[in-house]
Design a protein around this ligand. Structure first.
Ligand SMILES: Nc1ncnc2c1ncn2[C@@H]1O[C@H](COP(=O)(O)OP(=O)(O)OP(=O)(O)O)[C@@H](O)[C@H]1O
Ligand SMILES: [Mg+2]
Length: 238
């Protein structure tokens, strides 16, 4: 059964759509990469899936027992967020907030979960450091550990490698691929890095101006006209 299904979805703000006719589904274990030019609606899609905003038309359905509050989310970074004055441990722990409900403190289990996710992402030595003093690559690992605290099932990652150098980018892709392959976590990732998208992802959703241009397997995308055109446009663009 699909974990997530979007049916004839229109996305937009205040009732005005920016993209129409999005129909696709994501099955457990998939790694979906969402590509498209700036402003095509990728981040809006993620926010709509998270129910942070309503669809203009159509439906987002969850299946396989997935609840909306058990989706891990790594938001697209803004300058303000990069300057956040909290410790690494506090930020990772905040990924457990949905588990807390009305309880105003973290349980021992939640603290252990945060510690194990920091260990998994190699950031345990940074636990007491202030987030805003970290490098971009370290900050993205912290946000990934935070997202992992919210889910064992589905990660939504909005440009997790934006601004990272080639080494940090490759590290991040390896980490995400491992979470998908070894831990069985379903991944939906927005990226402008089409080379990596077709290398790592199982499926591609390409959003064009106001409408989807492709949804299918990464292998199918490589063979498609839109995929061939977009891949050659972005060749060598790491
Ligand atoms: N809060 C908002 N209110 C109204 N329009 C918005 C709002 N946020 C984004 N938009 C508009 O919606 C469109 C899609 O924005 P979105 O952020 O989803 O694009 P994107 O594909 O994620 O782009 P990028 O690659 O630059 O991150 C843009 O035209 C943007 O100006
Ligand atoms: Mg965006």
């Amino acid at each position: 059964m699909a974990l997530l299904t979007c049916q004839n979805l229109s996305l937009g703000y205040e009732g005005k759509s920016i993209v129409d006719g999005l129909t696709f589904s994501v099955n457990p274990g998939d790694y979906l990469c969402v590509v498209g030019e700036n402003g095509s609606g990728k981040s809006t899609l993620i926010k709509t899936v998270l129910k942070l905003m309503p669809p203009v038309f159509g439906q987002v359905l969850t299946g396989d027992g997935l609840r909306h509050d058990e989706i891990g989310y790594l938001p697209q970074q803004t300058v303000v967020q990069k300057d956040f004055p909290a410790s690494v441990r506090e930020i990772v722990l905040s990924g457990c907030l949905n588990r807390c409900g009305l309880r105003p403190f973290y349980s021992r289990g939640e603290r252990l979960l945060a510690a194990s996710n920091m260990e998994k992402l190699g950031i345990t030595p940074l636990a007491k450091r202030c987030y805003r003093e970290l490098s971009g690559g370290q900050q993205q690992r912290v946000l990934l550990a935070r997202a992992l605290c919210a889910t064992r099932k589905l990660l939504l990652l909005d440009e997790p490698v934006a601004g990272l150098d080639p080494n940090a980018t490759a590290d991040m892709y390896r980490l995400i691929a491992r979470l998908n392959a070894e831990d069985g976590i379903t991944v939906i990732m927005i990226s402008h890095d089409i080379t990596a998208a077709v290398q790592y992802a199982s499926h591609i959703l390409h959003i064009g101006s106001r409408r989807p241009l492709f949804f299918g397997t990464a292998a199918g995308y490589r063979e498609s006209d839109v995929g061939k055109a977009f891949c050659s446009l972005n060749r060598g663009d790491f």
